[in-house]
Write a protein that binds this ligand. Structure first.
Ligand SMILES: Nc1ncnc2c1ncn2[C@@H]1O[C@H](COP(=O)(O)OP(=O)(O)OP(=O)(O)O)[C@@H](O)[C@H]1O
Ligand SMILES: [Mg+2]
Length: 254
């Protein structure tokens, strides 16, 4: 059965979408079948996969409110990678779900019939703790937390870990933490290195901090414009190597 990983951090711009896109390609390069699920109304992941956002129905919005099957929303991205896309309509789902029964189980139930079709399902979460993220954490086996190495993001990770614990108690007892991924790392600054060291000291005994560090690189900003992942756009760049290394760490940890 496909391993379902939610990529979450309530802090905006922490590298969730970039990690979803790049990790999917890196896992596919290893021969894995990957489904991306865009659960962010900003839809950067869908856009970065080259999809026309206004012409997408059905999307994860219809899937969550129960008017479409997930399999009908899935589109091909590249060999080994498919996506259930989103667009701005997904922002209405949060309000609509509030009045529904078992509102936190919608994605989990939608994924059930297709989980065997994939080795990995990667869910890109929005930068908030609302019902969309709760649906992702309820459906997932584990949560991967990308983290930029700055002080406020580090503080925010504590909050996220508390939320994960609440979800474990209330909705998904089998949810684990896949690991913390340092992203956009600028090794030239003492600050980034200090934050990484402090994070490892404070949390390293509780959760896995990946050995892989993703460094700041303009290639990550360029690749979505070409609708390609960093692995295809700049295959020998340090960024591509980092996500290959991450894929290996995750695959090995099965
Ligand atoms: N390693 C990196 N080096 C340089 N730029 C990066 C890197 N990773 C991500 N970026 C850029 O930083 C911005 C934010 O990244 P991304 O969209 O992946 O974060 P996010 O957590 O998904 O954001 P949001 O919370 O808005 O969904 C994007 O412009 C992206 O291209
Ligand atoms: Mg994003």
């Amino acid at each position: 059965m496909g391993r379902c990983i939610a990529i979450a951090n309530q802090k905006g711009g922490s590298g969730k979408t970039t990690t979803a896109r790049s990790l999917a390609s890196a896992l596919a390069e290893r021969g894995r079948r990957v489904l991306l699920v865009d659960l962010d109304p900003q839809a950067s992941l869908s856009e970065g996969c080259g999809l026309e956002l206004h012409d997408l129905e059905p999307t994860t919005y219809q899937v969550l409110i129960g008017s479409a099957r997930l399999a009908d929303a899935v589109r091909p991205v590249e060999p080994g990678v498919e996506i259930a896309p989103a667009n701005i309509h997904l922002s209405a789902a949060e309000l609509q779900l509030v009045n529904m029964n078992r509102r936190e189980d919608k994605l989990r139930n939608a994924l059930k019939p297709i989980r065997d079709d994939y080795d990995f399902i990667l869910i890109d979460c929005p930068p908030s703790f609302g019902l969309l993220t709760v649906n992702a954490l309820s459906a997932a086996d584990s949560v991967l937390i990308p983290m930029t190495c700055d002080y406020y993001t580090m503080l925010g990770v504590r909050l996220l870990l508390e939320t994960v614990r609440d979800i474990q108690v209330e909705v998904n007892p089998s949810l684990t933490i896949e690991g913390l991924l340092p992203t956009r790392f600028d090794g030239r600054t003492l600050h980034a290195r200090e934050i990484l060291d402090r994070t490892k000291q404070a949390l390293g005994s509780e959760i896995r901090v990946f050995d892989t560090i993703v460094r700041e690189s303009v290639r990550f900003k360029e690749s979505p414009i070409t609708s390609r992942s960093i692995l295809s756009y700049a295959g020998s760049s340090s960024g591509a190597h980092a996500y290959r290394a991450l894929a290996e760490e995750i695959d090995r940890h099965a």
